[in-house]
Design a protein around this ligand. Structure first.
Ligand SMILES: Cc1ncc(COP(=O)(O)O)c(C=O)c1O
Length: 384
């Protein structure tokens, strides 16, 4: 038996359409876009443009040049934070952030005296708009950074309300949509200054190697300095970095096979229907919560309602999470245990330092997977 419940780490399996498109690209195109004018290079350039347009539109942005490709969400978050924050900048963030955000802010606090404060979620990982309102009224911040969907508890943050509050107060927002993009509808607000950092290999179902940053207006993008400089294929006579998007923030050869996979993955999501995929994951999440809650030794974390999608974290009484992870793995149930790169989120839920056992479902999981995984947890709990 092999049941994969680690989709919050990376989605598995990938749609066959994604794999086929990558193979086709490698066999038939596999060329550097934007560098030359021979037909294959032009074909690659057109492909890149089309995918950028498709992805921008997926996030509700009608200007494709506002989308910048990176290797993953971590690089996108670093690009934004390092390129936007100045010495002494003040940042408001939350206790539900991944280390992609927290380690970067901590490094910037050492390097540039960037100061940051956290809004704490409640014991279920819930963040209330009123907490943001109060914090923003009390103090002037240069940036708000918020995780849209917790990789620990699956809790969704009230993104629309937070972005609207920040727009009213004139504070830019960076949203980490690494987990939510491809899980729920993630639409870019038109008001204020907002950037989304995404990754291709999780719920968006592409392969590893691509992520990105997308802005809701040009002026926010213009305020971000590059993390790296170099060749862009544009303005080659100049030895200074171009100042226009996306070239300004996209130096070096792009990971075209992963970008092609992401284009095919967006096609797959659009033709399947994001709503249908979300409903499937919501049903599986509910089944997991129901099944696990019937096991006496299980403690579940999260809201256990419609604010929790895709991720179910729990602990087993009398057993460390790593011990449980080993037993589940031997039984063929693959999941992640421990702190999931988000120590503050565990302090919020009260599960620090041992962390939780995390089951995270993907579109290709079934009710049967859930039933078998819950059975294995029951067996492990009863053997104690
Ligand atoms: C909420 C969140 N943010 C950021 C990341 C980093 O994503 P990547 O590893 O693709 O850079 C993850 C990965 O687990 C995540 O869950």
């Amino acid at each position: 038996m092999e049941i994969y419940l680690d989709n919050a780490a990376t989605s598995h399996k990938k749609p066959k359409e994604v794999i086929e498109k990558v193979m086709e690209y490698l066999k038939e195109t596999s060329c550097n876009p934007g560098r030359s004018a021979y037909p294959l290079a032009v074909k690659a350039g057109r492909l890149l443009f089309d995918i950028r347009e498709k992805l921008a539109s997926f996030f509700g942005v009608d200007e494709p040049t506002r989308l910048v490709f990176t290797r993953n969400a971590t690089e996108a978050i670093n690009l934004f934070l390092r390129g936007f924050l100045s010495p002494g900048s003040k940042v408001l963030t939350t206790s539900m952030e991944h280390n992609a955000v927290m380690r970067t802010l901590s490094a910037l606090s050492e390097e540039r005296n960037v100061r940051f404060e956290k809004i704490w979620g409640d014991g279920r990982g819930v963040l209330e708009p009123a907490q943001f309102r109060e914090a923003l009224r009390k103090e002037k911040y240069d940036l708000v950074v918020v995780n849209h969907m917790s990789n620990v508890s699956g809790t969704l943050a009230p993104l629309e309300e937070i972005c609207s509050l920040c727009a009213d107060m004139g504070v830019p927002v960076l949203v980490d949509v690494a987990q939510s993009a491809g899980t729920v509808l993630v639409k870019m607000p038109s008001e204020g200054d907002v950037a989304f950092a995404f990754t291709g290999h999780k719920s968006l179902m592409a392969i590893q190697g691509v992520g990105g940053l997308i802005f809701n207006n040009d002026s926010l993008g213009k305020r971000v300095k590059p993390l790296i400089t170099g060749g862009t294929g544009s303005l080659s006579s100049k030895e200074v970095q171009p100042d226009f998007l996306p070239d300004k923030l996209e130096s070096g050869t792009l990971p075209m096979p992963a970008i092609v996979a992401l284009g095919a993955a967006i096609d797959f999501i659009n033709s399947t229907g994001l709503g249908k995929m979300e409903n499937h994951k919501r049903r599986l999440t509910r089944s997991l919560i129901k099944g696990l809650s019937e096991i006496e030794k299980v403690t579940l974390y999260g809201t256990k309602d419609e604010r929790q999608v895709g991720v179910v974290s729990f602990t087993l009484k009398g057993m460390t999470t790593s011990e449980a992870g080993d037993k589940l793995s031997s039984a063929g149930v693959y999941c992640r245990v421990g702190l999931h790169c988000a120590p503050s989120a565990h302090r919020t839920l009260g599960t620090y330092p041992d962390g939780t056992i995390r089951f995270s479902v993907g579109y290709f999981n079934t009710e049967e997977d859930v039933r078998l995984a819950v059975d294995e947890v029951r067996k492990i709990a009863e053997k104690r």
